[in-house]
Structures are given as structure tokens and as C-alpha cells.
Write a protein that binds this ligand. Structure first.
Ligand code: GRF
Length: 200
């Protein structure tokens, strides 16, 4: 029997979303089926009360919080999010379709402990609508990237990437769907890699 020793510390993950939450679910399911070992999602936080991902997180039995911006300064909003993550002793933060740029205060609270997934082969096509940018530029491959978050938009050190072919006649929708399927594999792999590197 290869049981985990009772003393094995579980890594505590917090996931931030703004919408659909399919990458969040991919991480949760990867933990449940052992592809991400020794980890737990402690909380899913959304800045949007209507985010569909909140329902999915609850269905998986995960605590959810809505922390809206409510016209506050970025720093003030981030302070509340950071406090919620700290209160749950989160040691890795995963952005999964979280549509906000983080303040330096947030970044400093979790140095090299914040990941993001972006649907292009960074450093190509950062920012909004990367799938459209890829099609508009006529590239023949695109993909997805998991990277550490720093002060540069979609610019931190790269953890993992996956190449996705672009087919003749692709639309933003068809390309986005092909990339998303790979995102769901890549994000759990990247989380596992980062957690392993942080051990010992
Ligand atoms: C994904 O394409 C992700 O790469 C990007 O936003 C989208 C979020 O999708 N950052 P979901 O909310 O995880 O379904």
C-alpha cells in the first residue's frame, strides 16, 4: 500500500476567478483524482457575483467568496482579497480567468506564489483577445502558457506551455475551444511542477 504519510503537509491553494471557471474546475478535479498530489483548494474568490464558476465551486464543496471592487481603489480591493487568502493560510494563488491586474501589494504578499494561465504562447499576444490576435497575425500555431505573475501584464516567468495548431478556417470560437481543452491539462501540470519545486 502506498499511503501518504500522515505528516505530509497539504499545499493550500486559493483560486481567483471572474467568470466561467473551467480552469478552476480542472485544478479541483486534478487534485481529486491525484494528478496534483498533496494539495487542497481552500477557497475560490470571485470579483463578480454572477460568475458561473462560483456555482461550480460550490458543487465541488469548496468555499466561495465574492469580493467585488465596488468602486474602491485597486489596492483597497486587493487588500481584502489578500486578507481572505491569508486567513486561509493559502500558499499558492492561481488566477483562472481573473480579469484584474494585481497591485504590487498583492504581488509582494505572495512572492513567486501566484500563477496565471493565458491562451497564447507568451510572450506573443499578451493582453485581451489573444486568440483573435493570433488569427489576425496569421500565425500557424498558438497555444497556452502558465506563468508566474509579476508587475508586467502577462509577463512573468514561464512555468509551462503547450502548442496548439491553427487550422484553415479557424474562428476565434473554434481556436479558443481547442486551446481551452489544452489549458485544462496544462494548468494542473504546472501547479504540480510549482508545488514540487517549492518542497524542501
Ligand atoms: C481562459 O482562456 C484563460 O486562459 C484566460 O481566461 C479564460 C478563462 O476561462 N485567462 P475559464 O474561466 O477558466 O473557463
Amino acid at each position: 500500500m502506498s499511503q501518504q504519510p500522515a505528516t505530509t503537509e497539504r499545499s493550500r491553494i486559493g483560486i481567483l476567478i471572474s467568470g466561467r471557471g473551467s480552469n478552476m474546475v480542472a485544478i479541483v478535479e486534478a487534485i481529486r483524482d491525484g494528478r496534483i498530489p498533496n494539495a487542497e483548494v481552500e477557497v475560490v474568490i470571485s470579483d463578480q457575483s454572477a460568475a458561473a464558476g462560483l456555482v461550480k465551486a460550490k458543487e465541488h464543496g469548496i468555499e466561495t467568496l465574492v469580493i467585488e471592487r465596488r468602486g474602491r481603489k485597486r489596492e483597497e480591493h486587493d487588500r481584502e482579497v489578500v486578507a481572505a487568502l491569508r486567513a486561509r493560510q493559502v500558499d499558492l494563488v492561481c488566477l483562472a480567468g481573473y480579469m484584474r491586474v494585481l497591485s504590487s501589494e498583492f504581488l509582494n504578499a505572495f512572492p513567486r506564489r501566484i500563477l496565471n494561465i493565458h491562451p497564447s504562447l507568451l510572450p506573443l499576444f499578451p493582453g485581451l483577445e489573444p486568440q483573435k490576435q493570433a488569427l489576425d497575425n496569421g500565425v500557424t500555431v498558438s497555444g497556452c502558457t502558465v506563468h508566474f505573475v509579476d508587475e508586467k501584464l502577462d509577463g512573468g516567468p514561464i512555468v509551462a506551455q503547450c502548442v496548439v495548431p491553427i487550422h484553415d478556417g479557424d474562428t476565434v470560437e473554434s481556436l479558443s475551444a481547442r486551446i481551452l481543452a489544452e489549458e485544462h491539462q496544462l494548468y494542473p501540470e504546472a501547479v504540480t511542477k510549482v508545488l514540487n519545486n517549492h518542497k524542501g
